[in-house]
Design a protein around this ligand. Structure first.
Ligand code: SF4
Length: 271
């Protein structure tokens, strides 16, 4: 049986519940769109495209206001663009307004940090606003695929800061913590980066959009974690596709007060 190309999400799904992995990646049953995914996509597109705006007319007097206006416009644009998908969720007007405003607060929080970074860089290096903007612009939405490990990932932002490389993922999570699933995702990105460039990134981390940037150093043990988890999943999924080999893991993540697992109806964990 050929090795499937895994990703941080597929591996984390496997670790959470093997039956869920089976439905999603072996049977390829459709997942159900939800507001958290859609608004996550909207926030990602907004931040990604902020770096493409024309800043030639920005100056030291107006740049704060101009950046804030630009990100608001981008959020409006992408919210509108995703309207057909948002409609499928059947949110009422109040719910949609709540999520829109919450997302606006997140991107405004992010732009406030970005403005501080621009300001700091201009002062430290005595460079123009346009030069600082260009230096802070990361490589964005980069796809990395490893044939060797049979794994792939999309990296949100790769910052080249003098001699250092920082890999950053954006998250809308309420919690400001590196839980195990995030650590594994960052470990896989580090491994993919190392394999392609022959150099470890200096730091990896997450910009928690409700909070701030959180980074950690990349040590050899992070790569070992990625290799171990990738090896474990392949050793299981490349030898069997029988449903009975993918047991249910029944936890509160099957069904909670406001939602349920995408495969709850087919899985019937409580019957
Ligand atoms: S409903 Fe629960 S047991 Fe079933 S696939 Fe989902 S998470 Fe796993």
């Amino acid at each position: 049986m050929a090795k499937r190309v895994e990703s941080p999400s597929s591996i984390n799904t496997f670790k959470q519940c093997q039956r869920k992995y089976y439905y999603q990646y072996v049977k390829k049953l459709p997942t159900i769109p939800n507001i958290h995914q859609i608004r996550g996509n909207i926030a990602h597109s907004t931040l990604e495209n902020l770096y493409d705006i024309d800043v030639s007319l920005f100056n030291e007097e107006n740049y704060e206001t101009k950046f804030k206006e630009a990100i608001q416009k981008l959020l409006f644009f992408y919210w509108k663009k995703y309207e057909p998908k948002l409609k499928t969720l059947n949110l009422n007007k109040d719910q949609e307004r709540f999520y829109f405003e919450e997302t606006m607060l997140m991107v405004m929080n992010w732009i406030n940090h970005f403005i501080k970074e621009i300001d700091k860089l201009m002062k430290e290096k005595n460079i123009s606003l346009q030069e600082a903007f260009q230096q802070l612009t990361p490589i964005r939405e980069q796809k990395y695929v490893s044939d060797n490990y049979s794994v792939q990932g999309f990296i949100d932002a790769i910052h080249l800061i003098e001699e250092e490389v920082h890999i950053v993922d954006y998250k809308t999570n309420a919690n400001f913590e590196f839980k195990d699933s995030i650590k594994l995702q960052l470990a896989i990105y580090s491994l993919l980066y190392f394999e392609k460039h022959g150099k470890l990134p200096s730091k990896v981390g997450v910009f928690f959009l409700r909070h701030k940037l959180k980074l950690m150093n990349v040590e050899e043990e992070l790569l070992e974690l990625a290799k171990r988890e990738i090896g474990l999943i392949h050793s299981h999924t490349s030898i069997t596709e029988k449903i009975s080999d993918y047991p249910r893991c029944i936890t509160p993540l099957c069904k909670w007060s406001t939602g349920k697992c995408d495969f709850y109806e087919v899985c019937k964990p409580h019957k």
